[in-house]
Design a protein around this ligand. Structure first.
Ligand SMILES: Cc1cc2nc3c(=O)[nH]c(=O)nc-3n(C[C@H](O)[C@H](O)[C@H](O)COP(=O)(O)OP(=O)(O)OC[C@H]3O[C@@H](n4cnc5c(N)ncnc54)[C@H](O)[C@@H]3O)c2cc1C
Length: 268
């Protein structure tokens, strides 16, 4: 089985500064790490590899420094890695990100399963996995919390739909997004780190991906900022309103006061 795992490098902090003028997050000078949810995706692939045998390929789109997360994946047990990196890919919204990743998948070639994290800790949209599947015309299942059965041609999984747990079967090739309940991600192996320290990372740019463009159903190019149908109109950190009033009185007087305050604030 050939499994492609999509991994994204995200800022290693929850307090990323905002560039209000350009409408983007300021990522320079901020430490990065693998999106925590992608550790679960990678762990799922590695468990399948241990169970029935598989080649685990990781795929990322990002700047050159995203090679770090590919190396981390090697140290956990991934077999090969691809980075899609080009200035033309920068500023991508979720559609453009999914499109670029889908072309990367096409260029990698044969695969049976794509696994993505459920969401990221920076963009946080949970759109990219399903959108990659749509571009590639693949069946997909989101929020997988348990792999019940895995075979060369199909998967049986449990998904968490918040108010219902569903058991679903999907015929491969397919894409799944995994939730963090699925497995506990392993730590980096020192032995693998020594073995994989000089392993190659294949970097593809715009010119590599346009070659495979025609393989998708849609011929439109959705690369980077210019190919993103959504543009950030304005980005800002919400102001924290910490002004508070403390009222002390009889319950009926307090109730009256609360109602008139809510009316004053136009909440009622
Ligand atoms: C209008 C708009 C403008 C934006 N402009 C910028 C910008 O200028 N600069 C910028 O850095 N970001 C920008 N972003 C954020 C960028 O679109 C998202 O970071 C990116 O599309 C991934 O979306 P997400 O983080 O919500 O991923 P999710 O959909 O939450 O991720 C789900 C899974 O998809 C996979 N995945 C997601 N992204 C990648 C990736 N890059 N490589 C490999 N796998 C991946 C992972 O497995 C991940 O767990 C913008 C977003 C919007 C909506």
């Amino acid at each position: 089985m050939r499994i492609i795992v999509c991994i994204k490098q995200v800022p290693d902090t929850t307090e990323v500064a905002i560039d209000e003028e350009k409408g983007v997050l300021r990522r320079e000078g901020v430490d990065s790490r693998m999106n925590p949810y992608d550790l679960y995706a990678l762990e799922t692939a590695l468990r399948i590899k241990e169970q029935i045998g598989a080649e685990v390929i990781v795929l990322s789109m990002g700047p050159k420094q995203a090679e770090d997360v590919i190396k981390q994946a090697y140290y956990m047990g991934a077999d090969s890695g691809y980075l899609l990196s080009d200035r033309k890919f920068a500023g991508a919204d979720t559609l453009a990100t999914a499109y670029t990743l889908a072309l990367g998948v096409k260029k990698i070639g044969d695969f049976d399963l794509i696994i993505t994290g459920m969401q990221t800790t920076d963009g946080d949209t949970a759109q990219v996995g399903p959108a990659v599947a749509e571009f590639l015309n693949l069946p997909h299942i989101s929020y997988v919390k348990e792999i019940q059965k895995v075979a060369e041609d199909q998967l049986i999984v449990k998904t968490d739909m918040q108010d219902a747990i569903e058991t679903q079967k999907v015929v491969l090739p397919a894409l799944i997004t995994v939730a963090k309940e699925i497995y506990q991600p392993r730590l980096i192996s020192y032995k693998l780190k020594l073995r994989a320290k000089d392993r190659n990372i294949c970097v593809w740019s715009y010119s590599d991906l346009v070659e495979v463009k025609g393989l998708l159903n849609d011929e439109t190019e959705f690369f980077g900022l210019t190919g993103s149908p959504t543009q950030v109109e304005r980005i800002f950190a919400p102001t924290r309103n910490s002004t508070k009033e403390i009222w002390e009185d009889q319950p009926d007087v307090l109730a009256e006061k609360a109602i008139s305050k809510l009316k004053e604030l136009k909440i009622l």
